[in-house]
Design a protein around this ligand. Structure first.
Ligand code: ADX
Length: 208
């Protein structure tokens, strides 16, 4: 019988695979790190829409690639065109979005890549889940703490305008919550620093 009150495939607590076994690779993370001459990690950007996540993510990717690092950006809007195209912006859907991204970031890290994620990821509990999935030692939570007034004045996609007109519901920072990180590895206010300076801070953190 189809039970339509819950979506079990989207519920972490309900969906536990059974009768599956873990197969261990003969190639370790350290083997891949040695081959690629880099330690993998995930730079987890979090912040309001318009705070600069995508801009910084793609500039950081460009700079790291230019210095010989293999790196890949997982971007919120892009991922919602494919992997998360079935998800909306309810709390439950955002949690599932973040869970998927964290699992993908972990796989990419296991494969040796540096990963940069650019998701609002507004809930503390979801970011804690991502940290747990990816591993504390490889997780660099970076809060783009740009004020909402600045984000709204930038309004790069015209979304804040649409929210004010009432045509978008559950919009982070206005009609849905944003829970600021308590102890992120980095905090960057993109209204006080240039893109280059912001990216340099993250590169410095990666090197430390
Ligand atoms: S998250 O909350 O699940 O982390 P995600 O980063 O994937 O969000 O997607 C956010 C992007 O979706 C925003 O940059 C914006 O372009 C778009 N968007 C559309 N509707 C909303 C909404 N209600 N709240 C926030 N972002 C929205």
């Amino acid at each position: 019988m189809v039970h339509d009150a819950v979506k079990p495939e989207l519920d972490l607590k309900l969906h536990v695979s059974t009768d599956v076994a873990w197969h261990t690779s003969k190639v370790s993370r350290a083997d891949r790190a040695a081959m690629l001459h880099q330690e993998s990690a995930t730079v987890w950007l979090t912040g309001l829409s318009g705070s600069g996540k995508s801009t910084i993510a793609f500039e950081l990717e460009r700079r790291l690639m230019a210095s010989g690092r293999l790196v890949f950006v997982l971007d919120g809007d892009n991922i919602r065109h494919g992997l998360s195209r079935d998800l909306g912006f309810s709390h439950e859907d955002r949690t599932e979005n973040i869970r998927r991204i964290a699992e993908v970031a972990k796989l990419f890290n296991d494969a040796g890549l540096l990963v940069i994620t650019a998701f609002i990821s507004p809930y503390q509990e979801d970011r804690a889940m991502a940290r747990q999935i990816i591993g504390d030692a490889h997780f660099i939570e970076t809060h783009l703490c740009t004020d909402i007034q600045v984000c709204e004045s930038r309004d790069p996609k015209g979304l804040y305008k649409k929210v004010r007109e009432g045509s978008i519901a559950e919009f982070t920072g206005i009609t849905a919550p944003y829970e600021a990180p308590v102890g992120p590895e980095l905090r960057i206010d993109t209204s006080r620093m240039t893109i280059e300076e912001s990216v340099s801070e993250i590169i410095q953190k990666l090197a430390s």
